[in-house]
Design a protein around this ligand. Structure first.
Ligand SMILES: [Fe+2]
Ligand SMILES: [Fe+2]
Length: 234
């Protein structure tokens, strides 16, 4: 597996973040997350130290979740191959790599903040590929609808820019994973697994996952696609 993004790379992301937002680039998704009217009320009752410790707890939870997802998808990939669903095995492998990148980004931010990186013992069950796909859809849906929106708001409250970037990278990528898994489950139900993509590209910076030839630069982190990890075999 390729070397995962380092802390120094995250520093580069900040400058990208600033340049993206200031240049009004419509393709880049590194914008500051949308805030809501409830935020002001929350910050009024929360000291800066409390806000920061909430963000650190969020990073630790996200690190656990992403580490578990990465391990789980790697095993789901093996199971799919055993069941003869090679193209679904490739999707699980690509997603596993992406989750590993998210976990490492979160870990880098925890270290930057001088916080503890939790020891993770992944716990999950491998079932049939059909059930595994549904489990993956459920997990991605939770992250997209609940977990990352809350964590992004907390990171905004505590003005933790690195955490915002790391959460935003994962949030944007999980949306794509959810759609890919839904398509795979539909193909499995329709007996059309052989029509699913057979090549994936993963951005080493943010885990962005493409199931077709990627653009010149990652649509989330603007990383050159020359650096993307190509996945076409197990
Ligand atoms: Fe992830
Ligand atoms: Fe994901």
């Amino acid at each position: 597996m390729k070397k995962i993004v380092s802390l120094s790379s995250l520093a580069v992301f900040i400058s990208l973040f600033v340049s993206c937002t200031s240049s009004n680039n419509k393709d880049a998704k590194l914008q500051t997350p949308v805030t809501t009217g409830t935020e002001e009320t929350q910050t009024q009752n929360q000291s800066p130290a409390e806000a920061k410790s909430k963000t650190i707890a969020d990073l630790q939870d996200a690190f656990k979740g992403e580490s578990t997802a990465s391990a789980k998808y790697a095993d789901y990939s093996k199971k799919a191959e055993q069941e003869g669903y090679h193209n679904i095995a490739l999707l699980f492998k690509a997603a596993s790599m992406a989750e590993h990148i998210h976990a490492n980004n979160h870990k880098s931010v925890l270290k930057e903040y001088g916080a503890e990186v939790p020891v993770v013992t992944p716990e999950y069950t491998v079932n049939s590929t059909k059930e595994n796909l549904q489990d993956a859809i459920n997990g991605e849906s939770y992250e997209v609808a609940t977990m990352y929106p809350e964590f992004l708001q907390d990171a905004g409250n505590s003005k933790s820019q690195l955490a915002q970037i790391s959460f935003n990278y994962a949030f944007e990528v999980e949306k794509k994973h959810k759609v890919m898994y839904e398509k795979a489950l539909a193909a499995l139900s329709d007996n059309k697994v052989n029509e699913l993509p057979q090549v994936y590209y993963v951005c080493p910076t943010c885990g962005n996952t493409y199931d077709q030839t990627p653009p010149e630069r990652c649509g989330i982190s603007m990383t050159s696609s020359e650096k993307f990890i190509k996945i076409s075999s197990l």
